[in-house]
Design a binder for this molecule. Structure first.
Ligand SMILES: Cc1cc2nc3c(=O)[nH]c(=O)nc-3n(C[C@H](O)[C@H](O)[C@H](O)COP(=O)(O)OP(=O)(O)OC[C@H]3O[C@@H](n4cnc5c(N)ncnc54)[C@H](O)[C@@H]3O)c2cc1C
Length: 439
């Protein structure tokens, strides 16, 4: 029996979830008693749901269970910054060649359009075709923008460079020196989106929430153990991202990094009129990979994400959240000094499942077990396509996109602890120092 030792928890106050309409509604039962399915999916984030939706399309008679330790929207899929990124990203591995960039773009756009179709069909709220800025405050981080715009030019992608007063007019803050704007990115409330996707699950898919898998007995029919219940199935898809190694089929590939976010209440009409008159909703990532992500949301809140921590227990403490909150206040007040009096309504943490070479896990582990993970900070879109194409792989549906994923899913080896922890913490400290005022 492969016993699970580390379990997801709710880290802090989950702002996107709580600002989602209907956030208290249960979407699934707990697993109780002995149950049999054809396919069991562990993880109801973007990856697991995308897998289940595609598998159900390809085999409408298959009985599929999707299980999650938390409620849908409480996991990392509901905690992220909500960028659906169409272009190669600076957290995405630094592979800069043009043909790689074009293939990745094709996959990303495929995933965004698939999510858009669900959004339209099920009227999922808080979707915003706002594009994306990548911005620099520090002169020393401007080369990050230059290398991004060079890649965009070479690969023939549309973009705009902005600086000074023009940029200030677009963002409502003079904090940033310059930025590169790309129009194809979508901004969402990720909790609303991931919860909305469950509406698309057909009748042959059963969703279980609040049901942590405690252990797995691998066999001809794999048996998942829960508190007071079991699920057995000949096919198991593991979509637990940072928790993937707990299930024993992948080892020394992941280095999950904690990061944190805060969200304000809605700005008042008065605040909008005084400070953001004529400013459209926007989102910016940083020219430095350790810099802050900031959004002015379509429902008029400010979102700040920064601070990177290596926490091998895969959970944060109240002290970790407090340290992040202090940094969030500094970053927020530096950018929006005119909102100094405004408190955050929510602060929470979550994990980026990083791999050393930024390639994801997309593994056929044999015996009907499949593993997807290693989102590398861009898992809304990446998880959506990994889930979709893993179902295609199982059903032998080969395509250019699937071939590209298979070629680029060999995450390199991560050393064991304590080396992993020491190395990761040193690297995060160095990166954070280099980001300077872009945090
Ligand atoms: C603060 C923050 C900002 C981010 N910003 C962005 C962004 O803007 N854009 C982007 O694309 N990505 C972003 N990311 C990354 C993104 O959130 C992830 O890539 C994405 O959630 C991956 O989806 P997933 O379905 O693979 O994994 P997850 O969302 O982590 O889902 C895995 C699920 O497995 C469940 N699970 C784990 N163990 C068990 C068990 N034992 N039993 C049952 N269930 C279990 C978990 O509860 C969880 O719900 C960000 C992440 C963070 C933390």
């Amino acid at each position: 029996m492969q016993k699970i030792q580390k379990f997801p928890q709710v880290d802090g106050d989950l702002g996107w979830l709580e600002s989602t309409p209907d956030f208290t509604a249960p979407l699934g039962q707990r697993v109780k008693g002995a149950q049999e399915f054809d396919v069991a999916v562990i993880g109801a984030g973007f990856t697991g749901l995308s897998f289940a939706l595609r598998f159900a399309e390809l085999e409408p008679s298959a009985r599929i269970a999707v299980v999650d330790a938390l409620r849908v929207g409480e996991g990392t899929s509901g905690r992220n910054a909500g960028f659906l990124i169409d272009l190669p990203h600076n957290l995405d591995g630094g592979k800069t060649d043009v043909s790689y960039a074009r293939s990745l773009y094709k996959l990303n756009v495929f995933a965004i359009e698939r999510l858009r179709a669900f959004k339209d069909r099920f009227a999922i709220p808080l979707w915003d075709d706002a594009g994306k800025y990548m911005s620099a405050h520090e002169e020393s981080n401007e080369p990050g923008l230059a290398s991004f715009s060079n890649m965009l030019s070479e690969a023939g992608f549309e973009y705009e460079t902005l600086s000074g007063r023009d940029l200030e007019k677009r963002l409502g803050t003079s904090y940033y020196r310059s930025a590169v704007y790309t129009p194809g990115n979508v901004l969402v409330n990720p909790a609303a989106l991931v919860r909305g996707l469950t509406k698309a699950l057909p009748k042959n898919v059963t969703l279980f929430e609040n049901s942590p898998v405690l252990g797995v007995e691998y066999g001809t029919r794999h048996q998942l153990r829960f508190l007071g219940g079991t699920i057995s199935a000949p096919t198991v898809a593991q979509a637990t991202n940072s928790f993937s190694e707990e299930f024993g089929k992948v080892s020394r590939r992941l280095a999950p990094v904690f990061t944190y976010a805060s969200l304000t209440p809605r700005l008042t009409d008065e605040q909008i009129k005084r400070h953001f008159n004529g400013v459209q909703s926007w989102g910016t990532t940083s020219a430095h990979p350790a810099g802050s992500t900031v959004r002015f949301t379509v429902d008029r809140r400010i979102f700040v994400r920064n601070t990177l921590d290596f926490l091998p227990e895969l959970m944060s403490t109240r002290t970790d959240l407090d340290t992040a909150w202090i940094q969030h206040r500094k970053s927020f007040e530096a950018r929006f000094p005119f909102l100094k009096e405004m408190a955050f309504e929510y602060t929470w943490g979550g994990m980026l499942a990083m791999t050393m070479n930024h390639e994801p896990v997309f593994a056929d582990a044999g015996g009907g077990v499949y593993v997807m993970g290693g989102c590398n900070g861009v898992g809304v879109v990446k998880g959506t396509y990994l889930g979709y194409y893993m179902a295609d792989h199982i059903k032998n549906l080969q395509s250019d996109n699937l071939t590209f994923i298979q070629r680029h899913s060999s995450p390199s080896w991560v050393p064991p602890d304590p080396l992993r922890t020491v190395g990761a913490r040193m690297r995060l400290t160095r990166e954070s120092a280099a980001a300077g005022g872009d945090i």
